[in-house]
Design a protein around this ligand. Structure first.
Ligand SMILES: Cc1cc2nc3c(=O)[nH]c(=O)nc-3n(C[C@H](O)[C@H](O)[C@H](O)COP(=O)(O)O)c2cc1C
Length: 340
């Protein structure tokens, strides 16, 4: 079983990657998961056209801090020249890897020929992939779905094209574009691609526990796992996987560690976006980080109304005190995070 993995010349200490997630994996979130054992983090998807048109908001999405590195920056688009220029801009902005989005199934993206639409059109996808691989010196990776048909033929073909164009790894989320997030990820598609390729393959989709991660690596032979939704409320999943792979015991975070992670995230969000904007974004995000904790619903609701950084700390500290009392009086031995 892999304990490390490589993408091009980059070597990672554990085979774990945080999935790119629009509206989630910004600088503060990436730092939080990197500090909790994730080997490689990825930006949200960033529009190549937006970068080429000089959109300040889009360019800002590439900003990051040292605590997140190594960092993969994901770009999307269907125009080879713009994708190549965007990749150069991401390399100049400090990316360690460029990831090409061939999986987004959102209508707005697909109708421009980008994202999962690239899995339909081999001629365009090959031009895009070749243009990006030729434009930068850093490794290039390609993230895809199984395609438009459940057989996974589209993915196998695109994975081969990626390898031929010079990509250094592919990530496979084996659901069709039509499925979006419904149904189950079909691991056979990952196994077939792993068999056919010589570059590393990262398996993605429905990994909820460290046990799932080991299982998918065993079943498909994939070189690493990418985790999305499960890490939203449980950034420790990466450390848990690492511990399992190295046969060491993982000590679940106690209340102090959990709240210190959440407060660190609040402070990094404010440093990045400024207080007003950060609070607006955090209203819908902080609740995730209380996942699995008792008596959380009232606190979650309170967090949806924060307007100042101090509001967040006050709610969190009050809740932490309440939980300390709760665990003391109920003598609960129930783990506060999943241990599987
Ligand atoms: C809210 C959300 C945003 C996402 N944004 C992106 C994105 O920007 N780029 C991308 O390639 N995939 C994106 N995805 C897909 C994830 O990267 C991942 O492939 C998918 O969630 C399956 O992994 P999981 O079962 O571990 O969540 C997104 C998924 C979610 C739920």
């Amino acid at each position: 079983m892999n304990k490390t993995f490589n993408i091009g010349k980059l070597q990672f200490k554990s085979p774990t990657v945080m999935a790119p997630m629009a509206g989630v994996t910004d600088s503060a979130f990436r730092k939080m998961v990197r500090q909790r054992g994730c080997a490689l983090v990825c930006s949200e998807m960033i529009s190549a056209n937006g970068l080429c048109h000089g959109s300040v908001k889009t360019i800002r999405m590439m900003e990051h801090t040292d605590g997140e590195k190594p960092l993969s920056i994901q770009i999307f688009g269907a125009k080879p020249a713009n994708m190549a220029r965007a990749a150069e801009m991401a390399e100049q902005a400090g990316a360690d890897i460029i990831d090409i989005n061939c999986g987004c199934a959102g209508k707005k993206v697909v109708k421009t020929g980008a994202g999962a639409a690239l899995m339909k059109d081999r001629r365009v996808s090959e031009s895009v992939l070749r243009a990006v691989c030729n434009a930068v010196r850093i490794p290039v990776t390609v993230k895809m779905r199984s395609g438009w048909e459940p057989s996974g033929e589209d993915a196998l073909l695109l994975a081969r094209i990626a390898q031929d164009c010079g990509a250094d790894a592919v990530t496979v989320h084996p659901r069709t574009a039509k499925q979006k997030f419904s149904g189950k990820a079909d691991r056979k598609v990952i196994a077939d691609i792993k068999q056919a390729l010589s570059i590393p393959v990262v398996g993605n989709g429905d990994i909820r526990t460290a046990k799932d991660a080991i299982e998918i690596m065993n079943q498909t032979g994939c070189d690493a796992v990418m985790i999305g939704r499960a890490a939203l409320g449980d950034p420790w999943i990466f450390s848990r996987i690492r511990a399992r792979l190295s046969g060491t015991k993982f000590t679940e975070p106690d209340l102090e560690m959990r709240f210190s992670a959440i407060k660190g995230y609040v402070s990094d969000m404010v440093a990045f976006y400024g207080e007003t904007h950060a609070c607006r974004i955090m209203r819908s995000r902080l609740g995730w980080l209380l996942k699995g904790l008792p008596l959380a619903s009232r606190r979650r609701e309170a967090l949806t109304g924060i307007t100042r950084e101090a509001d967040a700390y006050a709610i969190l500290e009050d809740y932490q005190d309440q939980l300390l009392e709760f665990f003391r009086t109920t003598d609960s031995t129930k783990p506060i995070t999943k241990s599987a």
